[in-house]
Write a protein that binds this ligand. Sequence first.
Ligand code: SF4
Ligand code: SF4
Length: 507
Amino acid sequence: MTIISRRGVYLPSHKKETLRKPIEAAGLPDRLAVPLFIYGETDNPCVPSVCEDDRVRRYDTVGVFASGFHAVAPADGTVREVREIRGLPYLLLEVDEEQGEPSPLPSADPKTVLEKEIFEMANRAGVTAYGRPLSEVLDTYKKKGVTCLWADAICEQPYSTARIELLRTRGDEVAAGLRLAARAVGAQAAGVLISAFCARGLPEQVDGLAVEKVLGKYPVQERAREELAQSQGELLDAGALLALYEAVALGKGCVEALVTVNGNCVAAPKNIWVTNGTPVNDLFDVCGLTEEPSCFLLGDALTGRLADRQEPVALGVDTVLAFVTDRIKRQACINCGRCMERCPRKLYPTEIARALEAGEDEHLLRLHPQYCTGCGVCSYVCPVGINLTAKTKRAARRVRRLLEEEELAEARRSLPNAAPEDKGNAVPALGAFARDDLFDPVGCEAEEEQVEFWKKGSPSSKGKKKSKAKETRKPASKQPVKKTAAAERKDGKGTAKGKKAGKGEKK
Ligand code: SF4
Ligand code: SF4
């Protein structure tokens, strides 16, 4: 499949450093920070089902989202606390030195499993795709009437090779996952898409499904989606498909992902299996560093976001990078026009940034920043180093808020017996937008607040006694449930932005 795109850019490639190299496992760290949130889903809060000092086994449910999706314990251990970090809830787990058998999950024969069971098993095993619960993605495709489904192993950014390596080493399972997903959607399993630049050494078929190459300028994945949509086709992340197969056929929880670790100060770049919630730092214990990095990126070079070394690597992150860099000194725009010329969405990034900074809302609405995909091309091509992606994303949030306010005002005006609008009071923004800075991380902008994921004095593996793996667990009925602030807000009990997760009420 050849995708021809005059917009976008050809990117340099650093893939050969990790392609076709042996895959390793990062091993279990002594502590994990398990995210109890889904980015962007403010109306889908998670209610933790465990509390401090509870013992959990691998694959136990540690929280249930409003949509029915489960947060799953990635390892045997002891719950230390559930708390919000930068406004987002995490479960902090101290991991046992010795790991036992995981909690069994329901499984079924992939050939006879029912469509409804596929959704349930994906939810119970905590399988995600593109940062959302897989069941939600499948449901969206089903409602859209998707007729053919392709496994997405495109890996188009400079460093990531994780999906390609999944295909190379576990292609049959990815294909089996694709067939399950296609059955759930009511579509046909069409094949696998890869970038033509990574095709060397890959078979032309996996388990009877064609492996097709896509060729074109970055972002080619988005262009592939547009082309597929014309014949009711869609893409689905190869990592999620493997996890779906394991959930249904083997009753395994989705607790680890293959991650590419690379960067200009990484001694031995590798693809490694990383457990959900592992601190960034631990990945570089495996790959080694040649010098102290000046920044870490969660995600690939164009769309990743800056992270600090304690931050956990959550499921869905397929690349972690470390760089020693003198970041480009930003200068004023020289009006070269490259950002506009290369933007695949035909946006005008420099003008969007100017209108945002000048507070020109009317003009900003006409520039449509909400159609930005966050691909990072504009920042990449800017010769003076202006972070246009971050500015366009901020402008997009501003415009969405303005449109919501407009919609709300319109709805109020259309109400019978509507009171005349009070010109003195602005229509309040919807609650869902109160924390959008936190639910939609801005690419390559440093967080101002430095946070400690683990408070000083919290136990570490050094000096930690052997855990009592067989310790009796509290009966569920006696466990106090501590709700996150997001869950409380959903119940109407919480207050606005920044509220910390309170101590649990005892039932
Ligand atoms: S990040 Fe947004 S504005 Fe920049 S090139 Fe991509 S789509 Fe265009
Ligand atoms: S690429 Fe940079 S310098 Fe050129 S017009 Fe855009 S913002 Fe200005």
